[in-house]
Write a protein that binds this ligand. Structure first.
Ligand SMILES: NC(=O)c1ccc[n+]([C@@H]2O[C@H](COP(=O)([O-])OP(=O)(O)OC[C@H]3O[C@@H](n4cnc5c(N)ncnc54)[C@H](OP(=O)(O)O)[C@@H]3O)[C@@H](O)[C@H]2O)c1
Length: 358
């Protein structure tokens, strides 16, 4: 029997409104023993954690069973994350000690990973092949961009204007590059929150227009960039930017509703209209212009992931797609700060937490 002293982050109290890390999470030290492992289980060490805005929704007070796309995490449960883990002990014939796996695990230095037996499409557990940070970047948000743009949004080279919000983030930066470098869209408009990120959109992602939504000239800049109207709006933010896009759609334009990060850290509105909601004028355009709004979840495409990863890998090899990653190092005690980095817009590209062991 081998014992591990594990530090694991639990959800203490799901907070309403803007998240407070100290009130929401609690670090608990507990002993894990190989005797605790059931058939199929793995005892694993956390190496890299994916930082995803959706983790904020998993612990929202208003995310109750049946109202979220997955089971919410409730008070007293271990915080979950996608990540890369090293197997230290295995009771599973498919994995051995020393393997690295990509899994939905926990914010923990040591934890137990169990293969899903319920058919939950979000419960990944498979061996890492190749560069683990590339897998984290493409494995969730890269394939979200791929399926969201090409399948849910049905984008083709016939589209002339595509607008992307949260464009310098993990998903958005891949959407912009596929739109410009693979489909050859004439006018790719990326929207982000700083001038520095606008530079990345222009220089690395190939955007024709890079707009800073914090700029006093944003509305005028948006009108100029969308003067020929929008074929496809890839929405990662919801709120006021969605409202603006709806007012500029072409007839039969499409909106891919991938995310709504401007609303995630604001769950104290409890069903009240959010302050930056959709205006009457914008909603009427959905009817008048016969706009299709298509919600998407990457997990719907679980059976086509290998095809997506192959295409993304090919585009990287051809120089059409660059991995834009933001890797920050943290001891296990600091891991929740990654959620704040996302909500404050401190990342460019895919934010990954590299767990360091002093
Ligand atoms: N449907 C799916 O299956 C699926 C899968 C993955 C991700 N998503 C969604 O895609 C979106 C992007 O997620 P991601 O994983 O690619 O991460 P990400 O783009 O790296 O998200 C973090 C970025 O969001 C922006 N942001 C933060 N708070 C904001 C606010 N209040 N208003 C506007 N922008 C804000 C910031 O960029 P700025 O500086 O530009 O503001 C920040 O850097 C999210 O809405 C996420 O939920 C959906």
């Amino acid at each position: 029997m081998t014992k591990y002293s594990a530090k694991q982050w639990f959800v203490k109290k799901r907070t309403e409104g803007n998240i407070n890390i100290q009130e929401t999470f609690e670090l608990v030290t507990k002993e894990l023993s190989t005797d605790d492992l059931k058939e199929g289980d793995l005892l694993a060490k956390g190496l890299l954690f994916s930082n995803d805005p959706t983790q904020r929704l998993w612990i929202s007070k208003d995310s109750v069973e049946g109202k979220l796309y997955r089971a919410p995490i409730v008070d007293g449960e271990l915080m979950q994350t996608y990540g890369i883990y090293e197997i230290l002990e295995s009771r599973n014939a498919e994995f051995e000690k020393g393997d690295q796996v990509f899994a939905r695990g926990n914010w923990a230095d040591y934890c137990i990973l169990s293969p899903d037996t319920t058919g939950d499409a979000g419960a990944f557990l498979f061996k890492v092949q190749g560069d683990p940070t590339a897998l984290l970047t493409f494995g969730v948000t890269g394939i979200t961009a791929y399926f969201g743009l090409l399948h849910s949004g049905a984008a083709t080279s016939k589209d002339s204007t595509i607008v992307v919000s949260v464009a310098a983030g993990a998903t958005g930066s891949v959407v912009c590059q596929i739109a410009k470098n693979v489909l050859g869209i004439k006018n790719v408009v990326g929207i982000t929150g700083s001038d520095a990120k606008c530079e990345v959109l222009k220089k690395t992602c190939g955007c024709d227009y890079a707009l800073n939504y914090r700029s006093p000239t944003f509305k005028a800049d948006f009108e100029e960039a969308t003067k020929d109207e929008i074929d496809l709006y890839f929405d990662n933010t919801g709120g006021e930017t969605l409202n603006m896009a709806l007012l500029r759609m072409k007839e039969h334009g499409r909106v891919v509703s991938c995310g709504a990060i401007s609303l995630y850290d604001d769950d104290d509105t409890k069903g009240a209209p959010v302050s930056a909601g959709i205006s009457r004028e914008a909603w009427l355009q959905v009817i008048y212009h016969r706009v299709t709004i298509q919600g998407m979840l990457v997990t719907d495409f679980a059976d086509q992931i290998m095809k997506a990863l192959t295409d993304l890998g090919t585009w990287v090899a051809e120089g059409k797609l660059q991995l834009i990653q933001d890797i920050w190092e943290a001891e296990i005690e600091e891991v929740p700060k990654g959620m704040l980095k996302l909500l404050r817009g401190e990342n460019t590209g895919k934010l990954i937490t590299k767990v360091i062991y002093p």
